[in-house]
Design a protein around this ligand. Structure first.
Ligand code: ARG
Length: 470
């Protein structure tokens, strides 16, 4: 396979270095972008009167034929010895149309070419990632709806804290994913500038209209500094960071649900479709999908770290080190997309044990704060109320029962402020439903608040559907 750069060399490459140097197996994924960029570049060269219209047409039609062929045979790259996707596309074009292909690289470098391909590719992948995020949000909202009013235990420090609604728990994750989604959009908006026409590092010497070229490729505009254009990969870091926050959020959801699905909690049951058994212990049902979601987070965070380290010592402008960016980034994207898909399946098929969730929601004195708040409403300063409610918890601990199960004489003796309260009122005020209903301010866990949020989410997700179809 002839090289794109053979002229000044007399010796050939050591075959071991040749394969070390080759990136086709990784960057061939960007073939669509490479062809699209080349068609646009040929058009720009025509406008700059570097190509005549017959040459430009031969190049365009040759590239379109190549695209059609690659669409048919996605495995075509494995048989090729080309150095990278850019060499591959140019080489194939040359064997198809001959001479005009030799003019295509005028004023262009693989440095601005790969920078352009990568941005185009990331824009495409970012859109797909957003769709997957929205699908998982939809799954969470769908599950939240029937559980808007169902209590479950809420935790801090993994200790029973206060009851929350199951719907509220689920919507917490929808919120995190929404920030992830807009984080991706922000990253895309910043990378939406076209580096093509920056040449190897100093710009192109031919009168190419870079703004027109940028628009032709669907970018908001052209980049402003050729050195920066070919050397920078902070957009890659940003996408890897956005992938990392998605992964971390999925990992936290996994950790929550692994615990909820454990024999220790039994708040949730995973579907057989996403759990596995043990080859040894017949009774086991293991939450593998969740464990893998948690585990795969490690490689995504690793990719972000590697990308940053990859760039930290690089002098301007392009350095071959940057060829390593794609494998890391593609793996992060593939991993997170796969994780989002499996997370959506897991959420859609999970079943909360609402009875058990309810029974457990106030157990462990998770309503003690509400007892203190009750005393506050009877005029006691919160610090004192906290102390008094704590003493009631101690009494209940000694009696080995819950606060609401304490016999009236026990709590009346400690809380004269509640002397008028009957035993039924005592129970009713401290039951899970009452505890939840009080928290109906914005952001709170009350069923009515959660229902309002669900409506808002449905509206938002519907609007997204319409916008993405437009
Ligand atoms: N395969 C290279 C990469 O991914 C393309 C750019 C190569 N440029 C060069 N001057 N060798 O970064």
């Amino acid at each position: 396979m002839s090289k794109l750069w053979g002229g000044r060399f007399t010796g050939g490459l050591d075959p071991r270095f040749e394969s070390f140097n080759r990136s086709l197996a990784v960057d061939s994924r960007m073939w669509r972008e490479d062809i699209r960029g080349s068609i646009a570049w040929a058009k720009a060269l025509l406008a700059a009167q570097v190509l005549d219209s017959a040459e430009e047409r031969a190049i365009r039609e040759g590239l379109e034929r190549l695209a059609a062929r690659l669409e048919e045979q996605p495995g075509a790259f494995s048989a090729s010895q080309a150095e990278d996707v850019h060499s591959y596309v140019e080489g194939e074009l040359k064997s198809d149309i001959g001479e005009p292909a030799r003019k295509l690289h005028t004023g262009r470098s693989r440095n601005d070419q790969v920078a352009t391909d990568l941005r185009l590719y990331l824009k495409r992948r970012a859109a797909a990632l957003e769709e997957r995020l929205v699908d998982l949000q939809r799954a969470l909202v769908e599950l939240a709806e029937p559980h808007a009013a169902d209590p479950m235990p809420g935790f801090t420090h993994l200790q029973r804290a206060q009851p929350v609604t199951i719907g509220h728990h689920l919507l917490a994750y929808a919120e995190m994913l929404e920030r992830d989604r807009t984080r991706i959009q922000d990253a895309v908006a910043r990378m939406d500038r076209c580096p093509l026409g920056s040449g190897a590092l100093a710009g192109t010497a031919f009168p190419v209209d870079r703004e027109a070229l940028a628009r032709d490729l669907g970018f908001a505009g052209a980049t402003s500094n050729s050195l920066d254009s070919v050397a920078s990969r902070d957009h890659a870091s940003e996408i890897a960071f956005a992938c990392s926050t998605v992964a971390v959020h999925l990992s936290r959801l996994s950790e929550d649900w692994i615990f909820f699905a454990s024999q220790e909690s039994r708040l949730l049951e995973l579907s057989d479709a996403v759990a596995t058994g043990s080859s040894l212990m017949p009774q086991k049902k293991n939450p593998d999908s969740l464990e893998l979601l948690r585990g795969k987070t490690a490689r995504v965070l690793g990719a972000l770290q590697s990308l940053l380290v990859l760039q930290k010592g690089l002098p301007l402008a392009y350095d071959k080190d940057l060829q390593e960016d794609k494998e890391l980034l593609f793996d992060a994207l593939d991993t997170v997309e796969g994780c989002l898909e499996v997370a959506a399946i897991t959420v859609r098929s999970a079943r909360f044990d609402t009875q058990r969730c309810r029974a457990e929601s106030t157990r462990g004195y998770a309503n003690a704060t509400d007892l203190a708040d009750w005393l506050v409403r009877r005029g006691i300063p919160f610090r004192d109320a906290h102390e008094r409610a704590g003493a009631v918890v101690r009494t209940a601990l000694e009696a080995r029962c819950e606060i609401e199960e304490l016999p009236a004489p026990a709590w009346r003796a400690q809380l004269p402020e509640l002397a008028d309260v009957t035993q039924e009122q005592w129970r009713a005020e401290l039951c899970a439903d009452a505890v939840l209903e009080r928290r109906n301010q914005v952001g709170g866990t009350s069923p009515s608040r959660v229902r309002t949020e669900i409506l808002e989410w449905k509206r938002r997700l519907e609007a997204w559907k319409t916008a993405s179809r437009a």
